[in-house]
Write a protein that binds this ligand. Structure first.
Ligand code: NDP
Length: 444
């Protein structure tokens, strides 16, 4: 059996009931095959692959908190410190009822390569809890966040592990967690990113993932002789990534015709009104039915359906495995030109393969959504220098980083004889840097 297949079988055997983690490892290992096979003896002797698929540390903990009725609630807390070869662990905290160890491990594993691709000195990690902030009062959210940080603070720090937001963890949650960290550790340091602007946050961090997705998409289209201007775009999700992806797409002259949430989706042929969407989602924290009620051109549909709309570019920005093989077939039948992932692993493996086989330009999340973590790293730099850069400075660094990421993965794909395969290019470019650093640092 080849080394790649051996390691994948080991991952499945040692990590039962973690399908998302298996999926993420399979995608990466498959595209590394050509690189590994060229140097198989050395990698095998150093157990490089076994080490890269095994987290350096996994922290699982109890999170007890008291709800508004005086009832004690208990959630599971997770932090997976996956790989620190090129810098302190860095990756978000997801608060969603679907969170379990397998989900956090898939996200942490992806984060290693994503962070490497940014060109910045950050290792890979991820964390979160099965706590659901939806429908909770501010006091309940604060009680949860304080309890969560009371335990997590023992394992993180500005030079050790710097968590950030993700699904369910926005500015409010980061604020409560930062306050608790400061109180317990008596340290005012950049231990979290995504902070508010009055206490160490970076301008443009809120916009970064969505804007970055569009900067990379724009560059990719340009290098393929096309242009984002004038394109019709479908977006799924209506959270942080989706909102700012829609905003930047419209600023660049594209028309965004869909958004969605976990209960339904909007088709707005006149183009999504981003200010109205922000009001509904960021201010009122309401359902998309409120968007439809306030806008004549918008049609609301229950359930799934975003990918049935005929568009040039599809940007999945909600959650993992939200674009499956049937969706891919519909997109291809409707002539989609490009799919770029704003969310982490939103496209199933079968759907990815189908899109690639049918000539659709496909950029995976670990490259296309790296703008968020890249700007988090810029926040870390500002915190350690005790400086604040302007919005324009951060935005322009973000743009440069995203353009460089695209060229790195494009070059890697070409170098290994897979021109246009951006999945392989991203995995190879991300892997090579981490593998070199791991090798240089010995068996640790
Ligand atoms: P938010 O919580 O702000 O928004 C998530 C959106 O996705 C919401 O519209 C939500 O709908 C929808 N959604 C969540 N779970 C499901 C589900 N199971 N089925 C259908 N829809 C769902 O999260 P973000 O925008 O921050 O993150 C979105 C994706 O982008 C995630 O994969 C995240 O890991 C990734 N990402 C985020 C970064 C960031 O900087 N924020 C950076 C890099 C990647 P509802 O409100 O109804 O739950």
């Amino acid at each position: 059996m080849s080394y790649v297949d051996e390691v994948f079988s080991m991952v499945v055997e040692k990590n039962p009931s973690q399908p998302e983690f298996h999926q993420a490892v399979k995608e990466v290992l498959e595209s590394l095959r050509v690189v590994i096979e060229a140097n198989e003896d050395a990698y095998r002797k150093d157990a490089l692959l076994e080490r890269i698929v095994t987290p350096e540390r996994q922290i699982l903990f109890r999170v007890p908190w008291v709800d508004d009725k005086g009832q004690v609630q208990v959630n599971n807390g997770f932090r997976v410190q996956f790989n620190s070869a090129i810098g302190p662990y860095k990756g978000g905290l997801r608060l969603h009822p679907s969170v379990n160890l397998g989900i956090i491990k898939f996200l942490g594993f992806e984060q290693i390569f994503k962070n490497s691709l940014t060109g910045l000195p950050i290792g890979g990690g991820k964390g979160g809890s099965d706590f659901d902030p939806k429908g909770k009062s501010d006091r309940e959210v604060m009680a949860f966040c304080q309890s969560f940080m009371t335990e997590l603070c023992k394992y993180i720090g500005a030079d050790t592990d710097v968590p950030a937001g993700d699904i369910g963890t926005g500015a409010r949650e980061i604020g409560y967690m930062f306050g608790q960290y400061k109180k317990i550790r008596n340290l005012y340091e950049g231990v979290l990113t995504g902070k508010g602007l009055t206490y160490g946050g970076s301008l443009a961090r809120t916009e970064a993932t969505g804007y970055g997705l569009l900067y990379l998409t724009e560059e990719m289209l340009k290098c393929n002789g096309s242009d984002i201007k004038g394109k019709t775009v479908s977006i799924s999700g209506s959270g942080n990534v989706a909102i700012y992806a829609a905003q930047k797409a419209e600023q660049l002259g594209a028309k965004v015709v869909t958004v969605s949430d976990s209960t339904g989706w909007i088709y707005d042929p006149e183009g999504i009104d981003v200010e109205l969407l922000k009001e509904v989602k960021e201010v009122k924290r309401a359902r998309l039915t409120e968007y439809a009620a306030a806008r004549k051109s918008a049609q609301y549909h229950e359930g799934k359906g975003v990918w049935t709309v005929k568009v040039d570019v599809a940007l999945p920005c909600a959650t993992q495995n939200e674009l499956n093989l049937d969706d891919a077939k519909t997109l291809v039948a409707n002539g989609v030109y490009a799919v770029c992932e704003g969310a982490n692993m939103p496209t199933t493996l079968e759907a990815t393969q189908y899109l690639q086989q049918n000539g659709v330009k496909f950029v995976p999340g670990k490259a296309a959504n790296a703008g968020g973590v890249a700007t988090s790293a810029l926040e870390m730099s500002q915190n350690s220098e005790r400086l604040s850069w302007t919005f324009e400075e951060v935005d322009s660094k973000l743009q440069t980083i995203m353009v460089n990421i695209f060229h790195n993965l494009d070059d890697a794909a070409k170098k290994y004889g897979m021109a246009g395969n951006y999945v392989a290019g991203a995995n190879i470019a991300g892997f090579l840097k981490v593998a070199e650093a791991m090798t240089a640092q010995g068996i640790v």
